[in-house]
Write a protein that binds this ligand. Structure first.
Ligand SMILES: [Cu+2]
Length: 192
């Protein structure tokens, strides 16, 4: 009889462990107009997200024509995902649809949106721990690095891996306006 009484407790415990590891997190792909500026903001929401290894992220195209693409050497970009991971990229997601990816290898993953990188559409996932090349600041703001405003977004203090870990997620609004200001690679290199 003793064993039978323990069974529900064990079941609950195992279920909660399983549920934690297999969690799915939503990230919205957004465009918002900015007052007094001809070009809107393009961003991932949340812009920083902590997940456990084995978790899935569902990218939701609330607005049209976005991708979620890894900063990977095979994409002719600075490597900003853990070494040994595949050069993953979603398709251009039609509005109202989703694309999912499961993150197995621990480390920092920086992602960009194919059509909107130069407008600052980049995000950071911390999978389990703050390790790998994505944990280092962006130093290349050229098209082969994290292009211009995408680089300044990723370098924002709110997106520091340890900050993402301690808060769980970081919203676009938490980033400094200066990090989101549209810049050319030359502007960034000149420190403007
Ligand atoms: Cu986009």
């Amino acid at each position: 009889m003793k064993h039978l009484r323990l069974a529900p407790v064990l079941f609950t415990l195992l279920f909660s462990i399983f549920a934690t590891a297999q969690e799915t997190h939503d990230v919205e792909l957004l465009i918002s107009p900015v007052e007094g500026r001809p070009i809107p903001e393009f961003y991932f929401q949340p812009t920083g997200l902590f997940i456990e290894p084995g978790s899935t992220v569902r990218f939701i195209a609330e607005t049209p024509h976005h991708t979620a693409t890894a900063y990977h050497a095979q994409h002719v970009k600075a490597q900003r995902v853990p070494e040994g991971t595949e050069p993953f990229s979603g398709p251009i997601i039609p509005i109202g649809e989703t694309w999912e990816y499961t993150f197995e290898t621990p480390g920092v993953y920086d992602l960009w949106c194919g059509p909107h990188e130069q407008y600052g559409m980049a995000m950071r996932l911390v999978v389990g721990e703050a390790s790998g090349p994505g944990a280092e600041p962006v130093t290349d703001f050229s098209p082969e690095g994290a292009l211009a405003t995408a680089g300044t977004v990723l370098n924002d203090a709110a997106l520091e891996p340890e900050n993402i870990i301690s808060h769980g997620q970081v919203m676009w609004e938490e980033l400094a306006d200066e990090s989101k200001a549209l810049m050319s690679p030359e502007d960034v290199e000149a420190g403007e």
